[in-house]
Ligand binder design. Structure first.
Ligand code: SPQ
Length: 423
């Protein structure tokens, strides 16, 4: 599908963004291995979350969608063998988290994904899960399709090379099947939804700076859980309202977990006008309303510890930088190369087609802002975050922009264009 977008002078309105993708995946997965029912309210109805549901159903879990909610009838820690291949589609979270559970089962499972997911590295979880005792075979020891023979697992102490919530969550899940205390240490803190939600479900996970101490429990308990708005989806409108003159947008009920709010810190540091109101806590997660007014952004340097707190927002931050005064440098973001696309390369090449002054570096990009970009034909590379980021860039580009393969927005935000039209 091609999406045609015209230059726009300003956006205004009050919106909600859909449920958080990371939290929806976890609610379905953790609910599946809990005992009793889990009611997931306001879940994200997107392709990635449906991939998770399909995989868990193949493992014998009864999952029903009723209107805006999902009811998961937990099976406890041990699931049914699937005689079918599990397909995680485009979703890295689905594949890596489920691998942690499969490592502790009493059967063998085959797991695959789409062309993009089959190119994403899995050795980051294969290595520690193998150390724990699972038997895993994969293409070049790294890529799906993969086969996992579950086993009785040993507890380990594992230091991850990258700050990755998927690696950490995979190992936290595997630790539930281990014979003792498992410790996971990451270089910087990645998103902590698993820690918060697993404890809410009755797990025993203690946090000590960047270490998670995981003690197995005999069971998890199904709970009711409300999914807050996804800050990664809100990010497109945070940047749109910032770069378009005389704009004002309120985004209600957004998750503002510290491990996810790097986007707010960066836009504020660039001179953005952002207000956080009505802060409260929803099932262990902080939420609030975010008000954004247009502002004159200036270029900054973005690197180090903040990177995992905004890893999925770097494509839209590149768009903000393309309209900011002066130079923006993004460093230490090599993880972007192994997402749904190589997001350094795809954002640089597509924004260049629109006339941006942007250069790819080994671990990020350098951008000199301009007053306007030019409408062009650009490609999403089937990456939802690239499609949505380029769509926002198109609002401040002279003429018409055509986004090729824009249907990939269904991966995380099926109503993205509807909401953009409302604004
Ligand atoms: O699930 P997937 O495909 O990996 O999704 C992405 C995204 O852009 O939506 C990344 F491509 O988000 C990841 C995120 O980058 C979701 C996630 C999670 O829910 O645990 C963690 C991050 O990945 P990682 O590799 O840093 O752990």
């Amino acid at each position: 599908m091609d999406m045609v977008i015209n230059e726009k002078r300003c956006i205004k309105g009050i919106i909600n963004v859909p449920g958080d993708k990371s939290i929806t995946h976890r609610a379905i997965i953790f609910g599946s291995i809990a005992e009793g029912d889990t009611l997931v309210k306001g879940f994200l109805k997107s392709d990635d979350c449906y991939s998770t549901m399909k995989c868990m159903k193949k493992l014998g879990v009864d999952i029903k969608v009723v209107d805006k909610n999902v009811i998961v009838k937990g099976k406890g820690l041990y699931l049914n063998e699937s005689h079918d291949i599990l397909d995680a589609g485009n979703s890295g979270t689905t594949m890596r988290l489920i691998m942690g559970i499969l490592a502790g089962q009493k059967f063998k499972t085959v797991l695959t994904g789409d062309e993009s997911l089959k190119r994403r590295p899995m050795n980051r979880v294969i290595k520690p899960l193998t150390e724990m005792g699972a038997k895993i075979s994969a293409i070049d020891n790294n890529y799906a399709p993969l086969t996992i023979q579950g086993n009785k697992l040993k507890s380990i102490y594992y230091k991850t090379k990258v700050a990755s919530a998927q690696v950490k969550s995979c190992l936290m899940l595997a630790s539930l099947y281990a014979d003792g205390e498992t410790i996971i240490e990451e270089p910087y803190k990645s998103r902590n939804h698993s820690e918060l939600m697993l404890n809410y479900f009755g797990g025993n996970f203690a946090v000590d700076n960047n270490r998670i101490i995981c003690r197995p429990v005999s069971k998890l308990y199904g709970r009711e859980i409300c999914i807050p708005g996804d800050i990664s989806s809100a990010a497109y409108f945070i940047v749109a309202a910032s770069i378009l003159p005389q704009s004002e947008v309120m985004i209600k009920d957004v998750n503002i977990n510290y491990t996810r709010t790097g986007i707010i810190d960066v836009i504020k540091k660039m001179g953005g006008n952002i207000l956080i109101e009505n802060e409260r806590v929803l099932n262990s997660e902080p939420i609030a309303d975010i008000i954004i007014k247009s502002s004159n952004l200036k270029g900054i340097e973005i690197c180090g510890e903040i990177i995992p707190r905004l890893i999925d927002e770097i494509p839209i931050i590149a768009v903000a930088a393309a309209f900011a005064d002066g130079k923006t440098v993004i460093k230490n973001a090599e993880e972007l190369k192994v997402k749904e696309s190589n997001r350094i390369n795809t954002m640089v090449s597509e924004l260049k087609k629109m006339g941006a002054d942007i250069t790819e570096t080994n671990d990020g990009m350098v951008i000199y802002g301009k007053e306007y970009l030019n409408g062009a034909v650009v490609n999403s590379h089937n990456d939802h975050r690239v499609a949505m980021s380029l769509s926002i860039a198109a609002l401040r580009a002279k003429g018409i922009t055509t986004i090729k393969n824009a249907e990939c927005t269904n991966i995380s935000y099926p109503d993205f264009y509807k909401t953009l039209n409302v604004l």
